[in-house]
Write a protein that binds this ligand. Structure first.
Ligand code: NIG
Ligand code: FE
Length: 397
């Protein structure tokens, strides 16, 4: 059992528990039971009536739900620092760099891939990410995609089969789509919760994406899509039409795309990945436009060695606010509850009874500081399922 008291500003993401859209409680406390689930949330002065354990006092610091990073590519080997440097010297970003990482990934042992994925997942955890989705997509052969997903499973249950990242070199596109939908899907589905397709210029077109998502759905996988990252296209329309859980990137959106995402029957979240725009010097998506139209927006890191080599959700939140027109409340919500919705999860992304005991203590008076103090490491402790994963919680003395 874990009890945390002396919380100056607690973001619950449950408006019925506190003030405003984030349900903020001041002078708050949280109790997590031995099952790792939150058993009580309320005023610090009342905590002793709800626990038999000694409450740890965080000394007035802010506490937020653990970040839910619903989009990462952590299974790979090598890096692409020279491609990044060339880009910063004026080269454009192209999807083709994926093939460089493919070659390094195929040459790596399973142990090397697991070690790299664990290193990045630990880095993410230390910056407050308590739920993480991880994709395959740098194997691009039956054997290498299947082992990529086994590696992903070593770090998370939220695994995504992205055999359709790009067509590997020397392959025929139609034959590759057939392979992805057939033998590759058969070997990868047992290790996957989701299927994803990179539907964009230089990758797969709308018809190919539809075929692959339908095959994945038939095999029992949930569907999600990389859509409209590099150009205007039919990815978002396809995603909404198929009811995918999330269309990710949404860098280039038309009025029609927004109308579809906001439609009364739409069940698709728009997941924005601003560090990909930051690191490819691309225009940021206009989150304000999406939110004002009524679209559900999530924020995620897209951590990968090509377009966004960062696992930092605090940076993602700061960019959401500073560069994409989100309010501080909206960005925090999108990086926690929004991510949970993009993964169709109701047990994470908030701090209320019955939810998983995932929370982050900030060296700050409120969540506003995540954007107000960009680049400063404010995450001082991370708790997952009621266990302290990093930092310390007791500031009394
Ligand atoms: O989400 N867009 C496709 N995939 C990755 C980039 C992968 C890479 O460049 O290695 C992304 O940005
Ligand atoms: Fe991605």
């Amino acid at each position: 059992m874990l009890a945390i008291a002396g919380i100056g500003h607690l973001v619950t993401n449950d408006p019925s528990l506190g003030d405003g859209p984030l349900g903020v409680i001041r002078d708050a406390a949280v109790v997590v039971g031995d099952d790792g689930l939150i058993s009580w949330v309320g005023q610090s002065s009342e905590v002793e009536n709800h626990t038999s354990t000694r409450p740890l006092d965080v000394g007035g610091r802010a506490v937020i739900p653990g970040f839910v990073d619903s989009h990462t590519h952590l299974v790979f080997a090598g890096d692409r620092a020279s491609e990044f440097a060339a880009r910063m010297a004026g080269e454009p970003y192209k999807a083709g760099g994926i093939r460089i990482t493919m070659a390094a990934t195929r040459a790596a042992t399973n142990d090397q891939l697991v070690a790299n994925a664990r290193r990045l997942a630990s880095e993410a955890l230390a910056s407050g990410t308590t739920t993480i989705e991880v994709k395959s997509g740098y194997g691009l052969s039956v054997v290498d995609e299947a082992r990529s997903l086994e590696v992903a499973r070593a770090v998370t249950d939220e695994t995504t089969f992205l055999g359709a990242h790009v067509v590997p070199p020397d392959s025929d596109a139609d034959a590759y789509v057939e392979l992805v939908c057939g033998e590759m899907l058969g070997k990868c589905a047992p290790h996957s919760r989701w299927i994803d397709v990179f539907c964009d210029r230089g990758a797969f077109d709308v018809d190919q994406a539809r075929t692959i998502l339908m095959a994945g759905a038939k095999a029992g996988l949930g569907t999600r899509l990389h859509a409209n990252q590099l150009q205007h296209g039919g990815g978002i329309a396809l995603g909404v039409e198929m009811g995918v859980a999330s269309c990710d990137h949404c860098t280039h959106v038309s009025d029609r795309d927004i109308e579809m995402l906001a439609g009364a029957r739409a069940t698709t979240v728009a997941t924005l990945l601003p560090t990909a725009e930051l690191c490819t010097r691309s225009p940021f998506p206009n989150a304000r436009r999406l939110i004002d139209a009524g679209v559900t927006v999530a924020l995620a890191s897209d951590c990968n060695p090509g377009s966004s080599y960062t696992s930092s959700m605090p940076l993602v939140v700061a960019l959401g606010v500073i560069s994409m027109g989100m309010t501080c409340d909206e960005a925090l919500w999108s990086a926690t509850k929004g991510g949970a919705k993009a993964l169709r999860r109701s047990d994470v992304g908030g701090i209320s009874p019955e939810m998983r005991g995932d929370l982050v203590v900030l060296e700050a008076a409120s969540h506003v500081h995540l954007a107000y103090r960009p680049g400063v490491s404010l995450v001082t402790a991370v708790v997952r399922s009621g266990k302290v994963m990093s930092g310390q919680l007791d500031f009394s003395s």
